[in-house]
Design a protein around this ligand. Structure first.
Ligand code: NDP
Length: 484
């Protein structure tokens, strides 16, 4: 069985407690790895290593930091199949998805920020002939990076890459539910020649290892992606310590389909938006608003298309959907389906685990893609984040009605709007309160754009210049150029 280690000061080391947690393959239900159950003492070692590495790394020229990170990207890319298989075993997602989305995106994250730092600009402002102001940006020091289980290496590297590219050092914790590719990343860092202490990876539970990162006084910057409830708890600890905080939290994203939409794209894409990665993407469209005049036909076509999705062994190339990430996640999804029934919803398809699975997967946490109709947009199923393969279809009368319902949740992460009317597309994009709006597409990402949520979906933005700004501290220097 695979035994993971922490990666501290360039070394693979066991947790100080000597304790390990079981890591389960969700497609089989079998324990396949042991994860360090780290605590405050391990975080302390990681902080010490990071603090020692910071003076040199922060002064290492950008082109050298870039060279090492590009080497990490190349090594990762050369091991794509190995990483994809580990991600699938750890997370339950289809191998085809890990191979085409998760691991390639992790490579892109490293390359994007390794090269972005070679092209940054600095600002200067001339004050009426009296002074020249220029802005220095310095790395902030030790950054605490905490990521979730749904896109394990993709989101882990989305934080690590901008943090270390800009000259910071990091103490990073992957989700204890999906730690394996983060563990493998340590080998990539060692082979690429990343100096010891620049990146420290500490495994363990959120409430223990994660909480020790958040409360550590020397970690002044926290970038967290995860649930809104956890984000609130982290903010409560970090805010009184005046830490710089980025929170990427949950979503309850609307997909809005107008009667004039191009159905050959709107239909398959809204199915994909609902069920990609078993519905476990923060950007999944779990509330599907459809214009009333087409709702009956659209619902029928949506259900027919959903029924064609194959749920099964994630190693099988023909599976469109794999297993949910864990038993608790499986139970949560099943409970929400029961709640939907209590709330008066009709289950149009799915609603239970698939009837037939191969022998390898008979104890796995699989759930069929589930389509619900007949629920009010204010009920719990349409307000709370389920984070699973469950979508609720809700008819709307006109544009204002669609916008009103789309905005009527505490979340504001993303939305996709389907219409052939240019004017309406722009109007609705402006009116919907979400950090990302897709028009006639979904999940098309340009890493340069600001990424993040409004309302309870988060605080701050990641991506491109936003990330570089987040991980650096601006300082204004005002030089008198004339008489004061
Ligand atoms: P959690 O909030 O449970 O956990 C996220 C990470 O935080 C994990 O590493 C977890 O460790 C850790 N953690 C938990 N409690 C604490 C704590 N008190 N202090 C510090 N760290 C802690 O989220 P999930 O892993 O369940 O991920 C799913 C959630 O992530 C969904 O709500 C989803 O919407 C959101 N998400 C948001 C995205 C965005 O960009 N906005 C992108 C992807 C997901 P452990 O696993 O050990 O508990």
């Amino acid at each position: 069985m695979r035994q993971l280690t922490n990666y501290i000061n360039g070394q693979r080391i066991a947790p100080q407690s000597g304790a390990y947690l079981d890591n389960v393959n969700p497609a089989t239900g079998d324990v396949f790895a042991q994860v360090p159950d780290s605590g405050a003492a391990d975080i302390e070692s990681a902080v010490t290593a990071a603090a020692q590495a910071f003076p040199d790394w922060s002064k290492t020229p950008a082109h050298e930091r870039s060279r090492i990170m590009l080497r990490m990207a190349d090594i990762l890319e050369s091991r794509l199949d190995e990483f994809a298989r580990a991600e699938t075993d750890d997370n339950g997602k289809p191998l085809s998805l890990a191979r085409t989305v998760d691991i390639p995106r992790a490579v892109k994250n490293l390359r994007f920020f390794a090269t972005a730092i070679l092209h940054t600009q600095s600002e200067s402002h001339v004050t009426d002939g009296q002074a020249l102001n220029y802005t220095l940006r310095s790395p902030r020091g030790i950054c605490g990076l905490i990521s979730p289980w749904n896109l394990p290496l993709y989101l882990f590297t989305w934080k690590i890459a901008p943090a270390i590219a800009t000259g910071n050092v990091a103490v990073a914790k992957p989700s204890e539910v999906t730690p394996v590719t983060a563990d493998m990343l340590a080998d990539v860092a060692i082979e690429a020649g990343l100096p010891p202490g620049v990146l420290n990876i500490v495994h363990g539970l959120g409430a223990k290892a994660g909480a020790a990162i958040v409360s550590h006084p020397k970690i002044t910057t926290i970038s967290f992606t995860g649930g809104t409830v956890t984000g609130r708890a982290i903010a409560a600890v970090a805010a009184p310590m005046f830490k710089k905080l980025s929170l990427e939290l949950g979503g309850k994203n609307p997909t809005i389909v107008f009667a004039d939409a191009d159905m050959k794209n709107a239909l398959p894409m809204s199915v994909r938006a609902a069920f990609a990665n078993q519905g476990q993407i923060c950007l999944c469209g779990s509330r599907l608003f459809v214009e009333r005049t087409i709702c009956e036909q659209f619902t029928k076509d949506f259900v027919d298309t959903t029924k064609q999705l194959r749920v099964g062994d994630p190693l099988n190339e023909s599976s469109n959907m794999g297993a949910l990430v864990s038993k608790p996640q499986f139970e949560k999804v099943a409970q929400y389906v029961e709640l939907a029934k209590e709330e008066g919803g009709q289950i149009l398809c799915g609603g239970s685990p698939p009837a037939q699975l191969n022998d390898r997967c008979k104890n796995g946490y699989f759930f069929q893609p589930t389509v619900i109709a007949g629920l009010n947009h204010t009920c719990r199923v349409n307000q709370e984040e389920i984070f699973g393969p469950v979508v609720s279809i809700i008819p709307f009368d006109d544009e204002n009605h669609a916008v009103e319902m789309a905005n009527a949740t505490p979340y504001g992460l993303s939305a996709s709007i389907w219409t052939e009317s240019l004017h309406r597309a722009h109007r609705v994009a402006d009116a919907v309160q979400c950090g990302t709006i897709w028009i006639n597409t979904w999940l098309l990402r340009d890493l340069r754009v600001p990424f993040g949520g409004m309302k309870q979906s988060g605080v701050g933005r990641e991506g491109g210049d936003e990330a570089i700004r987040f991980f650096t501290e601006p300082k204004n220097v005002c030089v008198a150029t004339g008489n004061n």
